[in-house]
Design a protein around this ligand. Structure first.
Ligand SMILES: C[S@@+](CC[C@H](N)C(=O)[O-])C[C@H]1O[C@@H](n2cnc3c(N)ncnc32)[C@H](O)[C@@H]1O
Length: 247
């Protein structure tokens, strides 16, 4: 497991400041950073990506501030290493796809809808000398985006899962899943991917601790014939879910 020198999965603030000295400006007298500031969150997470995961990541200034540790913990719930994987919506950082390739030695294909995020993702892949096949979505999830006949061991996503736009935290494309609980995007995803999974293949979705949303997707998953496993894990102060659907 990638760990910092203290054998912990994380990074002390003073180490992050050594990597990005501009962080010092946002530190209080107790050595704490002001995480309500987006710039601070970006720099701190860039430092973790670099120090712990050896990834050099640029974050889009208005995009979701993807946290490397939560994404690594999620990937660990379903990747064993060496799988052929597809990520839907890799975002501007391409962080999960990069981890899948660099840490889990997977053969990675990834999609992204947003033009600017796609360009950031392309640059992050290039900067880290990763072999990831990036595909631009024109609005489709998998049908019409990934060539017919392709099969994957695992298809994963941190899908948009809000029912309505969030106040400046996420862009609309990142956040809004549609439906009563934000479940529509994921429901469409688990249906469409059926034609793209190898026998015994799985889908893994990253979710917050939102029961109605998880219930809506679980119900649809059972209807489609999947076996389901909900792995709950803690990343920082927040509970997260890895919903794993197996054929
Ligand atoms: C919640 S964000 C997750 C980003 C990143 N994978 C992460 O772990 O932080 C969802 C991403 O999916 C993208 N997206 C939305 N609809 C999409 C679609 N139909 N195909 C591909 N990507 C899509 C958004 O632009 C956004 O980057």
């Amino acid at each position: 497991m990638p760990l910092w020198k203290d054998r912990k999965l994380g990074l002390p603030v003073k180490e992050a400041v050594k990597l990005f000295p501009e962080l010092e400006r946002y530190m209080d007298e107790h050595g704490r950073l002001d995480f309500s500031n987006r710039k601070v969150r970006i720099l701190y997470n860039r430092a973790i990506a670099k120090a712990v995961f050896h990834l050099d990541i640029d974050y889009h200034p208005r995009g979701l501030v993807t946290t490397p540790i939560s994404r690594y913990l999620f990937l660990k719930t379903f990747l064993r290493g060496g799988e052929r994987v597809l990520e839907i919506g890799t975002g501007h950082t391409a962080l999960m796809s990069l981890m899948a390739e660099k840490i889990f030695n997977c053969d990675v294909t990834a999609t992204e809808l947003d033009d600017e995020f796609f360009e950031y993702a392309r640059r992050n892949v290039e900067k880290n000398r990763a072999r990831i096949r990036l595909i631009k979505s024109d609005g489709g999830i998998i049908r019409g985006v990934i060539p017919e006949g392709e099969r994957f061991d695992v298809i994963f996503s941190a899908p948009p899962y809000y029912e309505a736009p969030t106040k400046g935290v996420l862009t609309e494309k990142e956040g809004v899943g549609g439906g009563l609980y934000g479940e529509n995007f994921s429901v469409r995803l688990i249906d469409e991917v059926l034609d793209y999974l190898k026998p015994g293949g799985k889908v893994a979705l990253f979710f917050p601790d939102k029961k109605p949303l998880l219930d809506a997707i679980t119900e649809k998953g059972k209807e489609l014939g999947y076996s389901l496993k909900d792995v709950k894990f803690k990343a920082g102060t927040r509970w997260r879910h890895s919903l794993i659907l197996t054929l």
